[in-house]
Write a protein that binds this ligand. Structure first.
Ligand SMILES: [Zn+2]
Length: 127
């Protein structure tokens, strides 16, 4: 079976995810430095080097700073989206396998559900 996403699109998706990851890491780094320069200087320094995004996400989640946690979760989502892209499943809803519209992916590159499934998912989470 061929991938539903043509290669130029795949490259565009990969570039978009890379750009998002870069922005998130920069935000995390800036926040780390602002929150507590001494405590997190080492961590912020590590982020400049080529550490795996997933590892960064795990580490910064332990800082307990809400703003950073939000960015770290999004960074972990980016990593998952990259894995879906590599597996040829990016751009398809993880629940119903519907193709997610390009406009939605553009606005939300880490989207893993179509709009109806996402709405249901959020409703379930709200209980
Ligand atoms: Zn769906």
């Amino acid at each position: 079976m061929t991938s539903p996403i043509a290669d130029p699109e795949r490259a565009a998706h990969a570039a978009r995810l890379d750009a998002l990851a870069t922005r998130l890491k920069e935000e995390i780094r800036t926040t780390l430095l602002r929150v507590d320069a001494d405590r997190y200087a080492l961590l912020a320094g590590q982020m400049v080097r080529d550490t795996k995004d997933q590892a960064i996400a795990q580490t910064v989640l332990e800082t307990g700073v809400a703003e950073i946690e939000r960015d770290a979760r999004e960074l972990a989502d980016v990593e998952q989206a990259r894995q879906r892209l590599a597996a040829g499943r990016y751009g398809r809803c993880v629940e119903c396998d519907t193709v997610i519209p390009e406009a939605r992916l553009e606005a939300w590159p880490t989207a893993k559900r179509c709009r109806p499934c996402q709405a249901q998912h959020e409703q379930r989470r709200r209980g």
